[in-house]
Design a protein around this ligand. Structure first.
Ligand SMILES: C[C@@H](N)C(=O)N[C@H](C)C(=O)O
Ligand code: ZN
Length: 200
């Protein structure tokens, strides 16, 4: 186990400022999240495990060639276990807990091995993904995109924007989940839970 208090001295982790060519807006470090308050202060949570940091550098390199007009915007990275518990508690008694990893098992964010991420256009505006970050509705589910495209609830451009994000992430070794277009785990989440250190 590691702690967020000791993260700066742990060589397994890299600060997001060491990754060139990304934009960062950690929403849980602001009131602009579903809990409505800054959950990270006084801690700096702009960290990733070095493996995920290297994979994010690959995302940047891929975008530079494939879509130089787009920039990766990191919405969340390392999320300490104690914050995952607060998110979980905020949704207690609702069926929205399905959008969270149970803190008992551990979110892959708490190992510094997951990213919440979107793309910015050349003017710094977020690409239209059909829903916003942490919009906990079925319209955010990658697994249901074909249905929503057919019904017209997702446009072809919104679906293409999500596919662009997946292309950028998948080629770097990130893996998506069925319920959130913005969330990606670096590699196999079971291996991460078994072999990486969780940040408390
Ligand atoms: C809450 C959302 N931003 C998220 O990251 N969900 C995943 C599944 C998690 O809690 O690990
Ligand atoms: Zn996430």
């Amino acid at each position: 186990m590691s702690t967020i208090e000791g993260i700066a001295g742990d060589p397994a982790f890299r600060h997001l400022s060491t990754i060139g060519g990304i934009a960062v807006d950690l929403r849980y470090a602001t009131p602009d999240n579903f809990v409505g308050r800054d959950l990270y202060s006084p801690y700096d949570c702009a960290w990733l495990h070095r493996d995920a940091a290297a994979a994010l550098e690959s995302v940047v390199a891929w975008l530079k060639t494939a879509r130089p007009d787009c920039t990766a915007l990191v919405l969340d990275a390392l999320r300490p276990q104690r914050v995952q518990q607060q998110l979980w508690d905020a949704l207690a008694g609702t069926d929205l807990q399905m959008y969270l990893a149970n803190p008992q098992r551990g979110s892959i964010h708490s190992f510094g091995m997951a990213l919440d991420i979107t793309l910015l256009d050349a003017d710094g505006r977020e690409l239209d993904m059909g829903t916003g970050f942490d919009d906990m509705t079925e319209l955010s589910h990658p697994a249901l995109e074909a249905r929503f495209l057919a019904s017209g609830e997702l446009t072809a451009l919104q679906a293409a924007n999500r596919q662009l994000l997946r292309d950028a992430m998948f080629q770097a070794g990130f893996v998506g989940i069925n319920t959130e277009w913005w969330h990606f785990d670096c590699g196999d989440r079971n291996i991460v839970r078994q072999t990486f250190s969780r940040v408390l």
